[in-house]
Design a protein around this ligand. Structure first.
Ligand SMILES: Nc1ncnc2c1ncn2[C@@H]1O[C@H](COP(=O)(O)OP(=O)(O)O)[C@@H](O)[C@H]1O
Ligand SMILES: [Mg+2]
Length: 291
């Protein structure tokens, strides 16, 4: 099986935790999703075969589905674009996008209480500082989705932002739009995924400006940026069967890893089962196997 740990293409401008970004002419970027996986903001030494293809192809699916809500940076998948001459193994995981001026806010929307929101609620009865009704159980659906933005930290962990802090950073008009658009994208995607047996518990979006216009950038509604639960096993009061990297986080925690680099190598069966989850999520949501 082909694993791409690092993109070998020219004009690399940015190597993120997962994506390698190259410049193209005309204000365009080529974003290559590698098979790297991060957990607790640390890149693991082990890669997950096909993961990058799943991320790029699933993002492409969602960018197409949500265009009516907000425009996005996608120009084309690299394998659909004549003239972009790169090997097939890279093309299937690469997207041509418009370069944007990034807004340094991670727009998190939560439909169900889990993860860091559940930890905070158990301690203080709040989520991202907002008081919540009492008696919520792990995995319960919120009456309405919550917008819980965070910083986009260059290194280390993202920190919660209050809405007034977002207003200070980007202005009232943009802050309102980030909240409204992110929430609308989440609600639309949640309802669509639910028909396919997947509950999107929460997700993270990034936005930027191109020619003064707000657009959605980065990846969209993937198992890296979202929690995907298997609806058939869903029930509040427990952790949920999922198609995301919770499986990897749980395995790492069972090893007693302190979330400081270096992370341990993943054993073969954990790699295989993680790959299966990513591939299955793509198949269920889009109705087709990855290309
Ligand atoms: N259209 C775009 N214009 C500029 N930057 C972008 C665009 N889309 C995504 N990005 C940035 O490119 C990087 C993608 O790589 P990733 O591996 O996700 O990095 P990170 O470790 O920062 O999350 C992110 O920093 C993201 O904010
Ligand atoms: Mg990222």
């Amino acid at each position: 099986m082909n694993v791409i740990r690092e993109s070998p293409l020219p004009n690399l401008v940015y190597r993120g935790k997962v994506r390698d970004t190259h410049t193209l002419d005309g204000g365009l970027l080529l974003m290559v999703a590698t098979d790297r996986i991060s957990a607790f903001d640390v890149v693991l030494p082990t890669s997950i075969p096909d993961k990058g293809a799943v991320l790029s192809q699933m993002s492409a699916f969602w960018f197409g589905q949500t265009e009516h809500v907000v425009p996005n940076h996608m120009v084309a998948m690299a394998h659909d674009r004549p003239g972009v001459d790169i090997p097939p193994e890279l093309a299937r995981r690469a997207m041509v996008v418009r370069r944007a001026e990034r807004i340094d806010v991670e727009c998190v929307v939560r439909g169900y209480i889990t993860g860091s929101a559940w930890s905070e609620y158990r301690k203080s009865g709040t989520v991202s500082g907002q008081p919540m009704p009492s008696g919520l159980r792990e995995g319960d659906r919120f009456p309405d989705p919550l917008f819980t933005p965070t910083t986009k930290a260059e290194v280390g962990h993202d920190e919660n932002l209050t809405f007034p802090q977002v207003v200070d950073m980007v202005g009232r008009g943009t802050a309102d739009r980030l909240r409204d658009v992110a929430t609308e994208v989440y609600v639309f995607a949640h309802d669509l995924a639910k028909e396919k047996g997947i509950l999107i518990a929460d997700t993270k979006m990034e936005f930027g400006h191109v020619d003064g216009k707000l657009i959605l950038i980065d990846e969209l509604l993937t198992p890296d940026s979202s929690r995907f639960w298997d609806m058939s096993g869903y029930g509040p009061g427990k952790s949920q069967p999922n198609f995301d990297k919770q499986f990897v986080r749980d395995w790492l925690d069972a090893q007693g890893w302190d979330h400081e680099p270096p992370a341990p190598e993943l054993p073969e069966d954990v790699v295989a089962r993680t790959r299966e989850r990513y591939v299955e999520a793509h198949q269920r949501l889009t109705g087709r196997p990855i290309a």
